[in-house]
Design a protein around this ligand. Sequence first.
Ligand SMILES: C[S@@+](CC[C@H](N)C(=O)[O-])C[C@H]1O[C@@H](n2cnc3c(N)ncnc32)[C@H](O)[C@@H]1O
Ligand code: SF4
Length: 431
Amino acid sequence: MISDFLRKRLSKYFTQQDEIIFTNRVPDNELISKDIHSISSLGIYLHIPFCERICPYCPYNKEIHNKTTSKNYVKAILNEIDFYAPLLNNKPISSFYIGGGTPTTLLGRGIEKIIDHIYNKFNMHCHIHMESHPNHLTKEKLDNIESMGVKYLSVGVEALQDKHLMAIERPYSVSEVRRTIERVVNRNFECVNIDFIFDLPGQTEKEVYEAGHIMIDMGIQQVATYPLFRFPYTPLGKSAHKNKSAVATMFRRRRLLKILEDIFYNAGFERSSVWAFTQKGTEKYCSVTVPSYLGLGASGGTYLKDLFYVNTFSVAEYINSIAKGNTPIALSLDMSEEMQMAGWLYWRIYETKFNKRDFQFRFNTGFDEKFGKPFKILNKIGFLKNGHDQITLTDKGTYWIHAFEDFFSIDYINKLWGTSRTNPWPENVRL
Ligand SMILES: C[S@@+](CC[C@H](N)C(=O)[O-])C[C@H]1O[C@@H](n2cnc3c(N)ncnc32)[C@H](O)[C@@H]1O
Ligand code: SF4
């Protein structure tokens, strides 16, 4: 396929590798500990892989909640925290994100215990950012969430027209979800984010425009607006029309996103990542705020400078391996310097602005020396608002450079997640 050929050539240009291969080699504790100490700041990611029902478009690692399984899962996470505590050796943790699945499925079912244990065993210097499902946000559960120390809360609203909520099988109506958000914004969170999916089947520009204004009226501090990605291994991806033009899709999404950009900018929001807009002056809700992180739970991924590894995706295998005193790590990748640089650039582009001097500090190499040529072209075609040291992407640049990145990332996710969800212990995965 021509796209595979192109992907391989471009990947080689950025990483200097013929192929990126994850293997089942488990890094030893000494190496993990050494890597942790060589980095300046570390984040924690906690994965809660349970939901009450499964949405047909969702690519994440999750399963239907079951009381016995989740009880054993909580126990396994507590053990994984105990495993890392001596390796961290009091290393300060500067960001903490709980994602899923649906973390709020475990409210009153052990998530409080996990958080307590993390704050007891790790040297935490941060507040909690957490995802939630709108149907879980009753008054009592919000009390619970606030008392756990969550200051940044995201709610999966997804659509603001009943027909679209129904089409993507979300179990609430627009008026219900609006009442929920009203309850949430009247609490004391630093930042309330809502997730919104656009480019849904049959969605018109007028509907996106109306939804954008409803979001502003809700009084939230941030919106994350993703186009509907069709992952081939999801029920929605399997049923998608194969003959839809990828180029037409890209241009249609750009038009829809532009409608939302205009609404959010007029309302005093600014872009905080490719898909997110945050009220000026508010610290953003986001998944990882530091370049290195430790992932806990089934499918949790850990990135430590030159080492990337992922836990088994299977909840049952995660629980069993920890109960037997074995590692839940399923796949790992040694990152060459070139791969680290490409990864660094991917995430800085995702954040839409960065300083060249941070690259120099991290890699001891000038940014222009490494990426000067392509960035000169990007500047010429109006994709950058270029200062001396700080690079900021224009809206046009943000969209198109990220569309180019998605050419790799969606394919990589399909291969890595697609394999890991059917095989708990793959021998290797070739990207
Ligand atoms: C883990 S879920 C959020 C929390 C909770 N599970 C829920 O659904 O309300 C993360 C978010 O990813 C987004 N998402 C999931 N699948 C997507 C897809 N195929 N395309 C675009 N966005 C998607 C949704 O906006 C969703 O809120
Ligand atoms: S979108 Fe949220 S609720 Fe739906 S299956 Fe995915 S994680 Fe679960």
